[in-house]
Write a protein that binds this ligand. Structure first.
Ligand SMILES: CC(C)(COP(=O)(O)OP(=O)(O)OC[C@H]1O[C@@H](n2cnc3c(N)ncnc32)[C@H](O)[C@@H]1OP(=O)(O)O)[C@@H](O)C(=O)NCCC(=O)NCCS
Length: 221
């Protein structure tokens, strides 16, 4: 085996310090690595580790006050069954966010019931949250954009959603992406004994489909 020595010129510390390890003599600034922030539609059963991450994220979001209806942490088996149920229900579409591969947020689209022909164009968005440690990476916005493109591709032209008046971050995000507040529910939720209003939003995601989708009938409007 040969050993390569590097001469770096006279050393102020004397001849014995001329053979220098470059990694020690140069200032190396650590490279800042941005975490990979992605969103995806869940199209098959969740793996045990994904299910675990999803339940952990939900727990943290509930503790942080954004638990889409849950105010207390449900038992882990209930949460697992909830998410497993969402994935297999044909009327639901689940999107998840991942930060460096770890599931850390969701949103769901709920299709209208089949007999509701007059509202077959509109899909409802719910369970939209990003767990506190993963906030600020643009994941909530990406989830919404993914939900919109998915809904559009599935033939829907309107997304409806509702949110507590206290969820100010979410409200700013929805309004910045063109969701229009069309109503206020005065008795939307009760949190710690206090009545909280709810804001109802809608967004037209496909103007063409809005004009044409739906069963053609001779029904009066
Ligand atoms: C609302 C929430 C989803 C935002 O998640 P996030 O991943 O941090 O959001 P993003 O990083 O995608 O930010 C998207 C935009 O919202 C803005 N935003 C995020 N948090 C904000 C805050 N606290 N105040 C004001 N604006 C905020 C960002 O500045 C960003 O704007 P930009 O695109 O102009 O830069 C998250 O705070 C959350 O889960 N809250 C609790 C649950 C909830 O309220 N869900 C909605 C109803 S079910």
């Amino acid at each position: 085996m040969s050993i390569i020595k590097i001469e770096v010129g006279p050393s102020p510390l004397g001849d014995s310090h001329n053979e220098t390890d470059i990694s020690m003599s140069e200032t190396v600034s650590p490279q800042k690595l941005e975490p990979a922030a992605i969103v995806e539609r869940v199209v098959s059963e969740l793996s045990p580790s994904d299910l675990n991450d999803l339940c952990d994220s939900t727990d943290a979001a509930i503790k942080g006050g954004g638990g889409f209806g849950w105010l207390r942490l449900p038992a882990r088996e209930i949460l697992e069954r909830y998410w497993q149920g969402v994935v297999v229900m044909p009327s639901r579409i689940l999107m998840v966010a991942r930060l460096d591969g770890v599931i850390c947020g969701t949103c769901q689209l709920i299709k209208p019931v089949q007999q509701n022909e007059a509202q077959a164009h509109a899909i409802h968005l719910t369970t939209h949250f990003v767990t506190p440690w993963a906030r600020g990476y643009g994941l909530a916005k990406k989830l919404l954009q993914k939900a919109e493109s998915t809904a559009r591709a599935d033939g829907f032209s309107v997304i409806n959603l509702d949110v507590r008046e206290t969820q100010t971050a979410a409200i700013s995000l929805y309004e910045s992406l063109g969701y229009v507040r069309y109503g206020v529910h005065p008795h939307y939720a009760v949190i710690n004994g206090e009545m909280i209003q709810g804001y109802h939003y809608t967004k037209l995601i496909n103007a063409d489909l809005a004009a044409h989708k739906g069963a053609a009938t001779d029904q009066p409007r």
